[in-house]
Ligand binder design. Structure first.
Ligand SMILES: [Zn+2]
Length: 377
């Protein structure tokens, strides 16, 4: 009996050794891949996608600049009044660009909460979305006005997990479209200005006190916004979902990892939140680098660039090129870089080529399969 036990122990030990050598072999393969990196001079040649852009004018500066730098765009409509034009006008402009530049430009639509209290509201929205999908929309964006601003007839804030949204999200799923969601705000929004971690949040919330929740303690907490979003996702397990702006979990990659583990069909875009990763990588470089490598299939590059009717073309081009290059440096090189959102310099992540390709292109091509027409790889 003793010998049999010993025999089995030896087998278990042998298989453990075998597993260890397998995993070290696997690590070696990953290690070899990590030797391949893009350089700054590769930026223009590499095919890239920006999944989070806004164009609200017939002007084509952003599209031309994207083309010149080997970028394709996913341009979002957003229910934000009065900063953006009315929804029909936003869609008209998007459809025009899509028809003229189908190899570079795809778009997502949005809906307003007008007539929310009407009993057939959900049905009306579904009919509208059907038209938009026919016109080429690949997804639908729901914005932070849900949860923060829009109220029903009883003056109660509308939540993202409201049952009225259920048939709409089901329809988006049945049509194989994508739900893009900007929920709540970065956690900084609930802090006083001088405690915020990055200057882009300080600037935004000092310009928009109406969204600075530290000043509005009577409004829902950060945790309540996250809860409403998560409850909605629990009700819609088959829905392909992009959490814009790192799903508003930009402040802590452990929280973001928990979210991605919990919702396997969710991805997140980096738009306007790379500075939050940079802030965290100043505190713990390896942690942030390992997080990005681990979740390389779930992260999408995006900028939040906006072209409005009064945008100055040369100024816009300058902003785009500076941002693109700075982000490219951060992900691809090992340079110590100065970014406008942080006082101290940031050590760049030197990510493997394959991780960069996934974040900058392959993940978006998977989610928006065959959406850009006649694109030559
Ligand atoms: Zn945006």
């Amino acid at each position: 009996m003793k010998y049999i036990k010993l025999f089995y122990s030896l087998i278990v030990l042998a298989s453990m050794i075998n597993q260890t050598s397998c995993s070290s072999k696997r690590e070696k393969v990953i290690g070899e891949e990590t030797n391949e990196h893009y350089s700054v001079s590769d930026f223009k040649q590499v095919s890239k996608i920006d999944v989070h852009a806004h164009i609200n004018t017939e002007g084509s500066t952003m599209i031309e600049e994207a083309q010149a730098n080997n970028f394709r765009l996913m341009v979002m409509a957003v229910d934000v009044v009065p900063e953006y034009p009315p929804m029909q006008e936003q869609l008209r402009v998007r459809i025009k660009h899509f028809q003229e530049h189908p190899d570079v430009f795809i778009f997502s639509t949005a809906f307003t909460l007008e007539d929310w209290d009407e009993p057939d509201w959900s049905e009306r929205i579904i009919n509208k979305l059907q038209e938009d999908f026919k016109a080429g929309a690949v997804g639908v964006k729901v914005w932070k006005n849900i949860g923060m601003e829009a109220r029903d007839k009883d003056n109660i804030l509308i939540r993202l997990d409201d049952p009225k949204f259920d048939p709409i999200f089901q329809f988006i799923k049945d049509q194989n479209k994508v739900l893009i969601n900007h929920t709540g705000e970065p956690k900084n929004c609930w802090l006083p200005l001088d405690e915020m971690t990055v200057s882009n949040d300080k600037n935004y919330f000092s310009a928009h006190p109406e969204y600075h929740m530290y000043l509005h303690p009577e409004l829902p907490s950060y945790a309540l916004h996250m809860e409403a979003r998560d409850k909605m996702l629990e009700k819609n397990p088959g829905l392909t979902f992009i959490g814009a702006h790192l799903a508003s979990l930009e402040w802590n990659v452990d929280e973001l990892a928990k979210f991605l583990d919990r919702f396997p069909r969710a991805s997140v875009d980096l738009a306007e939140r790379i500075s939050h990763l940079q802030y965290q990588s100043q505190l713990d470089y390896e942690k942030i680098r390992n997080f990005i490598i681990k979740y390389q299939d779930r992260i999408l590059y995006g900028t939040d660039f906006q072209q409005l009717s009064d945008s100055n073309p040369s100024e816009l081009k300058k902003v785009m090129n500076e941002r693109w290059l700075l982000d490219w440096k951060y992900f691809n090189t090992d340079e110590l870089i100065k970014v406008p959102e942080l006082d101290e310099k940031v050590k760049s992540l030197l990510l493997p080529k394959i991780v960069v390709d996934k974040i900058y292109r392959l993940n978006a091509e998977k989610i928006f399969a065959n959406a850009w027409k006649n694109h030559i790889q």
